[in-house]
Design a protein around this ligand. Structure first.
Ligand SMILES: Cc1ncc(COP(=O)(O)O)c(C=O)c1O
Length: 419
């Protein structure tokens, strides 16, 4: 950010610094996959630098090595995160894969770099970490266990806050202290830099699925990692060059186009979510609402707002949840989040289905849980849609049901309370 510039001003102007000089008013969109190299010696030297993680070089070579529209988005997002660098990828999952592979670039001496990871986390991330295909030794821990489980050779601590889908917040300053010098990577997709800038709270790496709020309109698949650590940034680019998991320039253009409205979208959706969380807490068909409390100790310190995601649990369990998904008329029954429209989905059956069932249950992802990503519609219309869908769900589900379709016990229902 420029000295003294407010966040909202930076969101509008980041990535536009050279527009006057270029004589343009919208980001130039370069679709070239390859570039003319009239000077072979300069080309070879540039290729050498880019292939090993340089951000830029005198001669552009090939769009897998670096790409001007993508670089523009990286610079803009880095500014909003208060970071020196950002490296963009084809998706959020490609970004997480790159972070794990970068450990192998940074620590070639490690047979299996040791990583601590906190659950719950997005189901796809859980799947990647649990599978072991990146060659890391991943140990699952709770936030309370990090200090005890961190070893001298721990290379990374991975956390997601707010967590998907329980919306629990992790104290990042405590986490960084507990990691005892091991770098911390925070998936801040749910927060966006509007609500949280993890680097200011001790994180080394911040990851976003740009598919969500940064794209913001449900038409982009992308991921990005921000960091102020030069060596990490170089390793992340090095992995991208090798794996080819690049962000497409059109995706970068769309993210740049969405950036000026990011603060407006996040704040408006947060206001609506706050009202809806209260409404949901009063519904007899709902046994628990998970939405950060107004007096949460991290609110105003680490998180600048309560966010636009709500999870709630239906007293009627799986059957009620399935009926609700069918009954909504305005909310879109779909995975993903952070779009202009409200998205509703069932974590146990969709986003977190790949997580081992016992782990899902242990981390509070019950068969009756629904996740709502509140969009920009009017609060009244959303309230009406949810009310009619809840009425349908209540009649469709036997309230005494305590087994899922798959025969999984549903966790004890909690009293309707915000957590
Ligand atoms: C918090 C979070 N992180 C990462 C991802 C993965 O991102 P992508 O779908 O862009 O690969 C998702 C996807 O839902 C997510 O919700």
């Amino acid at each position: 950010m420029l000295m003294g510039q407010d966040f909202d001003t930076s969101a509008v102007h980041a990535g536009r610094e050279d527009f006057l000089e270029l004589g343009v008013h919208a980001a130039p969109l370069d679709f070239s996959s390859t570039y003319p190299i009239p000077d072979l010696e300069e080309g070879t030297a540039s290729l050498d630098a880019l292939a090993h993680g340089a951000a830029d070089a005198p001669q552009k070579i090939y769009s897998r090595l670096n790409q001007p529209t993508v670089s523009r988005f990286e610079g803009a997002l880095a500014k909003l995160e208060g970071a020196e660098h950002a490296v963009a990828y084809a998706s959020g999952m490609a970004a997480l894969t790159a972070v794990l592979l970068a450990l192998r670039v940074r620590h070639p001496e490690d047979a299996r770099p040791h990583v601590l990871a906190l659950r719950p986390i997005y189901g796809g991330s859980d799947h990647l970490l649990d599978h072991g295909m990146t060659g890391c030794e991943v140990e699952w821990v709770s936030a309370e266990e990090v200090a005890r489980k961190t070893r001298p050779e721990t290379r990374l601590v991975i956390a997601e806050t707010p967590a998907n889908p329980t919306l629990k917040w992790i104290d990042l300053e405590k986490l960084a202290a507990d990691a005892q010098g091991a770098p911390v990577m925070v998936d801040s997709t749910f927060a966006t830099p509007v609500l949280q800038t993890p680097i200011a709270h001790g994180a080394t790496l911040v990851l976003h699925s740009a598919t969500k709020f940064l794209g913001g309109h449900g038409d982009v698949l992308a991921g990005i990692v921000a960091t102020s650590d030069e060596e990490w940034a170089a390793a992340l680019r090095h992995v991208r060059v090798i794996t080819g998991a690049c962000m497409h320039p059109m995706a970068a253009y769309l993210c740049l186009r969405s950036m000026p409205t990011l603060p407006l979208r996040v704040r408006r959706a947060t206001e609506t979510a706050t009202e809806l969380a209260e409404f949901l807490g009063q519904q007899p068909a709902i046994s628990a609402v998970h939405y950060p409390k107004a007096d949460h100790p991290l609110l105003g310190k680490q998180m600048l707002g309560r966010g636009s995601l709500i999870s709630f649990e239906l007293a009627g369990g799986y059957d009620a949840a399935s009926a609700l998904m069918k009954a909504v008329r305005l909310c879109t029954p779909a995975v993903s989040l952070g779009s202009t429209d409200t998205l509703i989905q069932h974590p146990a059956g969709l986003t977190h289905h790949v997580v081992p069932e016992e782990e899902r249950i242990a981390t509070g992802i019950t068969a009756g849980m629904i996740r709502l990503s509140v969009g920009l519609e009017s609060t009244d219309d959303l309230r009406r849609d949810l009310a009619q869908a809840l009425a349908v769900a209540a009649t469709a589900a036997p309230m005494q049901a305590n087994l899922t379709k798959a025969g999984t016990p549903i966790a004890e229902t909690n009293p309707a309370a915000q957590s």
